[in-house]
Design a protein around this ligand. Structure first.
Ligand code: GDP
Ligand code: MG
Length: 295
């Protein structure tokens, strides 16, 4: 059975969220928090094992709502934690303060919280138990795990715990998916995955997807996405579209389902199919599709 799911990493600033993620993913990505966000969630990294795919998602910084923007961000945080399969709530054990901590913890809506006590390398063991005791009196956690993200202590166990909690699911991304991908590329990847799933071997290799537009409408809570599916032949185009457009409709509706989970919003998805002769040999197209230049 293959498992996959979205894991939201939350906690106060400096708790060690980025450090944990980098450690888990093997230093492959940098912090991506400086990127502008067009949707509410951002994929921070994807870790694929033989029988499991972990999709780590970032939620906007958690802080007390002081103004309208702050309130909006809080709403996003709550939405994010609602949708994730598992929330990792990271606590910095070296600066623990119950009031400040629960102020943030209380904004997490999910019932699937794994409490991660971080920076255990920095504190005496006997100081960790009281933190756990206070927090678990305050809130239910599905698991509690002390780690040191910096020293990479306890990370294998943490991953095993997360895996246990993830639902059965598909491999959303190819094995070698780079982390820190721009959002649009991830969206294209979701659509490509559905194409592959539905078309089987009918159209080998010659398909690429670009996301042309991705726009979130706050008022309607709707993300509008326009994407183009490129194939190499007219006959391929006909197969992708299907009889009376049925195949494309099916692919679109499956992709939309995933995209709604990814964006935490309703999604209006518009798909176009275009024939582009021999796109694989075109430098421009390759760059467009985000493939690395080959030497
Ligand atoms: P974030 O704001 O939650 O993403 O926190 P960062 O990952 O940026 O970490 C904030 C600081 O805490 C950095 O200086 C990290 O090196 C440090 N840090 C993170 N994890 C640990 C840990 O397990 N032990 C120690 N001693 N420091 C850590
Ligand atoms: Mg960070």
């Amino acid at each position: 059975m293959f498992k996959s799911g979205f894991i939201s990493i939350m906690g106060r600033p400096n708790a060690g969220k980025s450090t944990l993620l980098n450690a888990v993913l093997g230093e492959k990505i940098a912090a991506v928090s400086s990127k502008p966000q067009t949707t509410r969630t951002q994929i921070m990294g994807v870790l694929t094992e033989d029988d499991c795919q972990f999709i780590f998602v970032d939620t906007p910084g958690i802080h007390k709502p002081k103004n309208k923007l702050g309130k909006f961000m809080m709403k996003e945080v709550e939405a994010g934690s609602d949708e994730a399969d598992v929330v990792l709530y990271i606590v910095d054990a070296s600066v623990f303060n119950f009031e400040r901590e629960t102020e943030v913890l209380d904004t997490v809506k999910s019932e699937n919280i794994i409490l991660v006590i971080n920076k255990t390398d920095k504190v005496e063991k006997e100081n960790i138990l009281p933190i756990i005791a206070q927090l678990s009196q305050h809130r239910n956690f599905i698991e509690i795990m002390p780690i040191s993200a910096l020293k990479k202590d306890g990370l294998d166990t943490l991953l095993a715990i997360i895996k246990e909690k993830l639902p059965e699911g598909p491999k959303f991304f190819p094995d070698d998916t780079l982390t820190d991908q721009p959002e649009k590329q991830i969206v294209a990847e979701f659509i490509r995955e559905k194409l592959m799933r539905n078309l089987n071997d009918e159209i080998p290799f010659g398909i690429a997807v670009t996301t042309d537009l991705m726009k979130y409408d706050e008022e309607k809570d709707l993300t509008k996405i326009t994407a183009t599916i490129y194939c190499e032949r007219d006959s391929h185009k006909a197969i992708i579209i299907g009889k009376k457009g049925e195949m494309l409709k099916k692919i679109g509706s499956q992709a939309r389902h995933d995209l709604e989970k990814f964006t935490h919003s309703k999604v209006f998805l518009e798909l176009w199919v275009k024939v582009k002769d021999n796109w694989r040999n075109s430098d421009m197209m390759l760059k467009n599709f985000g493939y690395k230049e080959q030497k």
